[in-house]
Design a protein around this ligand. Structure first.
Ligand code: WT7
Length: 659
């Protein structure tokens, strides 16, 4: 476990909570470290009192009488309570007299001459979500049926998710950048009969053919009964009679009344697929009550949201990832702070798009990823400098460890050296933040995600589960259940246990290496499995290898991460060509293979470097020696013990063969 990103530059300065923030935020969620420590202790020692009080602030049809039941690895939160997440996001705001406040500020990508902005109030949402829910019912969607959503970042995406939640139909959102094959695997695994999509999506001025991708996927998915299509780009699409329906036709015809289903707290709210070391992506299961309480409470506390104080929150993630689920939609709406949803690319029409948006909407809270910050740095300081960013009060980052240079740049150029930065560490599986500063109280150190959130019994342990002393790297684990934790992998109990719970009995193993420093702050060192974090997105190296091997020219492939200036980790592929392949091993073939991976998985999986090799370094038992490949990809001289190398010459040859 090396620390390539955080070791680039040391930055030992400690940043105390900013006076500007404290004066302007409205009310401070957690005011000082003594309060944090006291609340943290209670959350760990007495979760029933701690979470019971927080959960009571939500609407329950039948109140819960138990808070947590724990029989590792199975947790139940608020188990006998009944509620509805959509009701808590939307109806409750209308019923309490806030129906005309803005819930979502949406901005489309095209902006000639002016960007297309839509503001949806809670009342608008209630109407649109109800009609959509009725439309879903009218095409046969019942409580418990999983609906697949493959859309661009349009308001109808949020509306579709809330409509599913309203009628108790779990959703499975697939990121719009994935290729048809990825849709096939996920729809098949979820057994979805209904897919919601768009004709196309805007990305950097071009149209992503979303409906066409769904059509291609459906050639292998005869079980799909209906495809509901939102018209966004007005590009021509094929509509198959009987199967395909236009959203604007079927939704508009529905009643605007649709009661919320009374859901059990542990009913499935959604599935979200994420990559692992082996096999196909796994459908992470999140349930109703615990996820709702955890995302809304972490959002409120970590971002210090205060309703009625003109806060405007902008998270730049795509809703196709967990960040968007938790911190554009579900964590935001119950807090009654408008959430900005942006359709397109950060550099369209120019590199200042986000800053123009911050100024236009008077954004107070801005949440993005280190990979984006590195791109902003590269694009230049002049872009943020052109705009009035004085509305900003808080900045956030998520997705991978942030290198101190990027932290400092963000702090100075975006935050005017007066906004706290919350470096929020979490995962698809954790539902919400697990390790993060609290902006009103936690002193921050660039590169550290600081301290565990309430209820998170995080520790750094060795392989036996023994806690390690300060500054010793080990496994990041969580030793107690928390409300937002995953409840399983869809349809694969064994994999759930094997992946997270088998390494150390009774502890959740996150899959990250980390250390704690003398003050107890956590420093994430990176994944310990065959998962790489590319631009803050998780990718299984095996998925990329399978895609490469499915090309006729390739017999074997090994994929590892390599340092990359913008992406954090780039993708390096070592490829052995088939004896039957008679063409040249040249740049044209490299391009073809990269295209092939893009076509099979999506652009996020496109290799940054492809190296041809006659043999791959393997141990005697035939395992590919990935550490060696990582060193070669990074241009490092390997100090690894190579005595088990089957063929020493492989290594020398790989080093010689320059790209
Ligand atoms: C992995 C989870 C949670 C939304 C984004 C990614 C890495 C995430 C941080 C951070 C260091 C981070 C970890 C984690 N990660 N946030 N603030 N500092 N590392 O979700 O795709 O489920 O990936 O992202 O390695 O395990 P994900």
């Amino acid at each position: 476990m090396s620390d390539p990103i955080t070791s680039m530059l040391r930055e030992d300065r400690v940043f105390e909570p900013s006076a500007h923030f404290l004066e302007n935020i409205g009310a401070i969620a957690v005011t000082d470290m003594a309060s944090y420590t006291r609340m943290y202790r209670q959350s760990i020692d007495d979760p029933t009192t701690f979470w019971g009080a927080i959960a009571k602030d939500f609407h329950w049809y039948r109140p819960f009488s138990t808070v947590v039941q724990w029989n590792a690895p199975d947790a139940k939160w608020f188990a006998d309570g009944t509620t509805n997440v959509c009701a808590n996001c939307v109806d409750r705001q209308v019923q309490s007299g806030h129906g005309d406040e803005v819930a979502i500020i949406w901005e489309g990508e095209p902006c000639a001459p002016e960007p297309d902005v839509r503001r949806l109030t809670y009342r608008d949402l209630q109407r649109d979500v109800s009609q959509t829910a009725n439309a879903l019912k009218s095409i046969g969607v019942r409580r418990g049926d999983i609906v697949t959503i493959y859309m661009g970042m349009v308001p109808e995406l949020t509306i579709a998710m809330l409509a599913c939640a309203r009628i108790g139909a779990p959703h499975s959102v697939i990121f719009g950048g994935f290729a048809p094959n990825a849709i096939v695997d996920r729809v098949h695994d979820a057994k979805s009969k209904v897919i919601i999509t768009c004709d196309g999506g805007w990305r950097r001025g071009s149209v992503v053919p979303l409906k066409k991708n769904v059509d291609d996927a459906c050639e292998k998915l005869p079980e799909v009964e209906h495809i509901l299509v939102v018209q966004r780009t007005n590009t021509p699409v094929t509509m198959r009679a009987g199967r395909d329906l236009w959203w604007h036709e079927i939704v508009a015809a529905q009643s605007t009344e649709c009661p919320c289903e009374e859901m059990n707290s542990e009913d499935l709210l959604f599935l979200l697929y994420t990559s692992g070391s082996t096999g196909k992506p796994k459908g992470i299961c999140h349930t109703t009550g615990g996820y709702m309480v955890y995302t809304a409470y972490t959002a409120k506390t970590t971002f210090n949201l205060v309703a009625g104080r003109n806060h405007v929150y902008f998270c730049t993630a795509d809703i196709g990832w967990i960040t968007g689920h938790s911190y554009i939609v579900y964590g935001m709406l119950p807090n009654r702070v408008p959430t900005v949803m942006y359709e397109g690319a950060p550099n369209f029409p120019a590199e200042d798009r986000f800053w123009a948006m911050v100024a236009r909407h008077k954004v107070t809270h801005f949440y993005t990823a280190p990979t984006a910050i590195r791109a902003f740095m590269k694009w230049g300081d002049q872009h943020p400098a052109k705009h009035d960013l004085s509305s900003l009060l808080l900045l956030g980052t998520v997705g991978e460890p942030i290198n101190p240079q990027a932290w400092i740049w963000y702090h100075q150029n975006i935050g005017a050296a007066r906004c706290p930065i919350v470096d929020t560490m979490w995962q698809t599986e954790t539902g919400g933040h697990i390790i993060t500063p609290l902006p009103g109280c936690t002193p921050t150190v660039p590169g550290s995600c600081t301290l565990p959130f309430f209820g998170i019994d995080a520790a750094i342990v060795d392989d036996k589960g023994e806690e390690l002393p300060p500054n010793q790297g080990g496994l990041l684990v969580i030793r107690k259940p928390w409300p937002g934790m995953l409840r399983g992998i869809h349809g694969d109990r064994d994999r759930f246990i094997e992946t997270y719970w088998s390494r150390i009995a009774g502890m959740y193993v996150a899959g990250d290496g980390a250390r704690r420093d003398e003050r107890g702050y956590f420093w994430i060192m990176g994944r310990i499995d065959d998962v790489i974090n590319v631009s803050g997105h998780r990718l299984g190296t095996m998925e990329v290898e399978s895609a490469l091997v499915s090309h006729p020219a390739v017999v074997e492939a090994a994929v590892v991460g390599m340092p990359h200036e913008i992406k954090g980790t780039g993708i390096a592929a070592f490829v052995t060509l088939a004896p039957s392949f008679t063409g040249a091993a040249d740049d044209s073939l490299r391009r073809q293979l990269a295209e092939h991976v893009t076509k099979e998985i999506g652009a996020i999986a496109r290799p940054d470097m492809i190296r041809f090799t006659a043999l791959l370094p393997k141990t005697r038992s035939g395992k590919i020696m990935r550490r060696l490949l990582r060193d070669i990809a990074a241009g490092r001289d390997s100090t690894q013990d190579t005595t088990t190398l089957e063929d020493f010459t492989v290594l020398a040859k790989l080093r010689e063969s320059d790209e």
